[in-house]
Design a protein around this ligand. Structure first.
Ligand SMILES: [Zn+2]
Length: 60
């Protein structure tokens, strides 16, 4: 039981940290990087909807 709880909390932490917002080298364009596959996208709609084309899914 205790082990299941720890695993569940780890999954929650990983889920909440599955992406990060970054700045492009021009320091103006906002981008999003997926921490699961490393994919970086500067597409405004990908940033807006937190979509990763590498994983083909939306981050929560
Ligand atoms: Zn990804």
């Amino acid at each position: 039981m205790e082990t299941e709880k720890i695993i569940y909390e780890k999954i929650c932490q990983q889920t909440s940290l599955s992406y990060q917002f970054i700045l492009a080298p021009d320091r103006k364009t906002e981008g999003i990087q997926c921490l699961l596959c490393g994919q970086i996208s500067y597409d405004p709609s990908d940033v807006k909807f937190r979509f990763c084309s590498g994983c083909d899914k939306f981050h929560s």
